[in-house]
Design a protein around this ligand. Structure first.
Ligand code: FAD
Ligand code: EPU
Length: 351
């Protein structure tokens, strides 16, 4: 059946900032074939296109003049087992919720993505910025993805190397931007009971502390690591159902060792993590020290601002526009530059 093309649709339910903007056209697709049919419609061919997942990494600063194509491709299955290696391949339709895939894996006694529990959004968007949290990234378990080329409708498989993953980066955010729609993702996960034993990754300090706080002793199971991550995330990050936000608004900047040493001599408590070619510093720390944490802007008690428990998260308390949030982000960038001579870059996709 031909997917329905709607006109002048409010995107408020479809973006976690809760911004009330409109799309000129809007359609959902539940298969690669349906997407192909949509892409052949004259109105769609002529229009600017936005592939939408859960809308949890987007900031709309105006109405969208083209067509929003909402990915609803479902399906979760184990497509292969490697007994000797103790791994299984899990394939998910790109419209599945990411956390749903984590829960499915844990139910199937498969581990490797428990540290990425509760990240909002869809499976199909996960490779776009190589989602990461609590010491893990998508690329650690990624096997391949399937994507449909917008101009030809052809399906193509991308290996991990072809995706060009980096910190919050992939080819789909730069050289291949807007050229492919991810339709499925395949991960290689660990069988928990494999002979050599799979050790969950608890290197991120807060996980060990939280496990202890939850009374979990000894080597935790992947389910317990997931539980700890969910606990930490709920204590720090605002729930978009209550306060509009898109998670970290900026990336954590990577600076040279010399720049880090200079800052560290001035601010001895500045945290830093070694990365190839320099040091990654937490943008949340820089923003907090520049005095922005908990700030509210706009009418009444404030319509938007910087989250009081996580300075890296910009929030819509209700009634803000995307342009106001973008203006605040620009002020923060200028302020961090002035205080620390460090350049912040948005992680959120600004439209
Ligand atoms: P959307 O916001 O719908 O889209 C994001 C971008 O991907 C857009 O450019 C869109 O066009 C493109 N896109 C979406 N689907 C496809 C597709 N199938 N094919 C091609 N392009 C596509 N991120 C992290 O990495 N780590 C975190 O810990 C984390 N925590 C968060 C916490 C909160 C409370 C929130 C609100 C967000 C957080 N995020 C985090 C950001 C966000 O959840 C991820 O970036 C997520 O992968 C976005 O998925 P989505 O489906 O909502 O994508
Ligand atoms: N910090 C502050 N003040 C703040 C926030 C953070 O000083 O208000 C400092 C603290 O020193 C803290 C350090 O920053 O120790 C790191 O903070 P946190 O563990 O909360 O992580 P983050 O660097 O702020 C990153 C990711 C998150 C991810 C967490 C957990 C980026 C841009 N953000 O945040 O991802 O969930 O680590 O791994 O890398 C997202 O991408 O949307 C996102 C939420």
């Amino acid at each position: 059946m031909m997917p329905l093309l709607e006109e002048n649709v409010s995107l408020r339910p479809y973006n976690t900032f809760g911004l009330d903007v409109r799309a000129r056209y809007f359609a959902r697709f539940a298969s690669a074939d349906a997407l192909r049919q949509l892409l052949q419609l004259p109105q769609v061919q002529a229009a600017e296109k936005l592939i939408l997942g859960g809308g949890s990494n987007l900031l709309f600063t105006q109405d969208f003049p083209g067509i929003v194509l909402k990915n609803e491709i479902c399906g979760l299955e184990i497509i292969g087992e490697d007994g000797a290696e103790g791994t299984a391949l899990v394939r998910a339709g790109a419209g599945e919720s990411w956390h749903g895939m984590v829960e499915y894996a844990l139910d199937q006694q498969l581990s490797g993505i428990e540290n990425l529990s509760l990240i909002p959004g869809t499976v199909g968007a996960a490779p776009l910025q190589n989602i990461g949290a609590y010491g893990a990234e998508l690329r650690d378990t990624f096997d391949h993805l399937e994507a449909l080329e917008v101009t030809t409708g052809a399906l193509r498989v991308f290996s991990a190397a072809e995706c060009g993953f980096g910190y919050r980066e992939s080819v789909f955010k730069n050289v291949l931007k807007n050229q492919f729609v991810v339709t499925a993702v395949v991960l290689r996960l660990h069988r928990q009971a494999r002979p050599a034993g799979y050790a969950p990754n608890v290197r991120y300090g807060a996980i060990a502390e939280t496990l202890a706080e939850l009374g979990i002793t000894g080597e935790p199971t992947p389910q317990q690591v997931s539980q700890a991550v969910v606990h930490i995330r709920r204590s720090k990050l605002p729930d978009p159902a209550e306060i509009g936000n898109a998670g970290s608004f900026f990336k954590n900047p990577e600076i040279s060792q010399a720049a880090f040493d200079r800052l560290k001599s001035q601010y001895p408590d500045l945290p830093g993590y070694p990365v190839p070619g320099g040091v990654k510093v937490p943008a949340g720390w820089l923003i907090e020290r520049a005095g922005w944490k908990g700030l509210r802007r706009g009418a009444g008690d404030g319509t938007h601002g910087v989250h009081a428990r996580q300075a890296l998260v910009l929030v819509n308390h209700g009634g803000a526009t995307g342009s106001e949030i973008r203006a605040l982000a620009e002020e923060i960038i200028a302020s961090v530059r002035q205080h620390f001579m460090v350049e912040l870059h948005p992680e959120v996709n600004i439209l």
